[in-house]
Design a protein around this ligand. Sequence first.
Ligand code: CP
Ligand code: NVA
Length: 306
Amino acid sequence: MTARHFLQFKDFSRAELEYLFHRARVIKDKFKRYETHHPLFDRTLVMIFEKASTRTRLSFEAGMQQLGGSAIYLNTRDSQLGRGEPTEDSAEVISRMSDLVMIRTFEQSIIERFAAHSRVPVINGLTNEYHPCQILADIFTFIEHRGAIEGKTVAWVGDSNNMCNTWLQAAEVLNFKVHVSTPPGYELDPELVRVEGNPHLQVFKDPMEACRDAHLVTTDVWTSMGFEAENEARIKAFADWCVDAEMMKIAAPDAVFMHCLPAHRGEEVTAEVIDGPQSVVWDEAENRMHAQKALMEFLLLGRVEN
Ligand code: CP
Ligand code: NVA
C-alpha cells in the first residue's frame, strides 16, 4: 500500500480536516491535563530542515515525544543531503529507518520527489509554495476563538507567498473567502492558485479594502526564506502593506489577527496590532503542536477514538 502524505492542504478532504480539528482539541485537552497519551510509542519521526525554523522543529519534536515516539533532526549542513545525494536515494534510505518524515525545503517538487520514493508518510513543513501545517493550526485557532470558518472572510495583506497560497487552498476545501491584497509586481501566481473565476477569492489593490468586514486579518514577512536577495526591493514595494490599527478597525468588530511568525514589527504589522487585544498569535504558535500531533497520529493510525 502506498503511504498517505500531507504535501499540500488540499491533500485532505473536508471530512478528514474536520476530524483533525476535533482530534487536535481532544489531544490539546489531554496535554493541558498532563494526561499521558502515547499512541505512537516506539515510532520514529525524521525531520529534515533545509531552511531555518523555531516553531516547526519545536512543535514536531515536542509533539512526537509527547505521543510516545522520538524525533531525529537532520539538516543540510551536516548530513549528505547538502552534498548532492539524490533526493530519491535519501527518501529510500530515510524511509526504511523511520515511520514518518517531515521536510522543510525549497521547491515543492523536491518534497514531491521525496514522497514518491518514501515508504512512509511525508509531511510538508514548509516549501516555497505551501505551508499546510501552519494553516491547519491557524484554522484550528480560528475555530477555538470564533467557531466554524465556513462562510467567513480572511483578509490576506502582503506577499503572495506560501502562506497565502495555502490559505487559498483551504478556502476551497472548507468553503470560506479570502480577500488578497499584494503590491504591484507581487501578485498571486495563477500556476499555483486558481485566480480566474475562483468564487473563494477576491483581489484588492487597496489593502484597507481587503480588510473591510473581514473576520480574520493576517499577514506574513515581506521576504520569505530563500528570497533574501530581494529584501531591499521588497521593503520599498511593501511599505503600504503593513497591517495597522486602521485596517483592524475596518475589519469586522470581532476580527482576530494572525501571523505565522517570526514577525517584523514596523514592517508587515505594527506592534500595536500584533501585541494588541485582537491578536491570537501566541495561541496560533502553540496550536502548531496540537494540530500536528493530531496529524501525525492520523497519518500513522487513522481515525482513533480514545
Ligand atoms: N511559523 C513557522 O513555521 O515558524 P518557524 O519558521 O519558526 O518554524
Ligand atoms: N513565508 C515565510 C514563512 C515562515 C514561517 C517563509 O517562507 O519564510
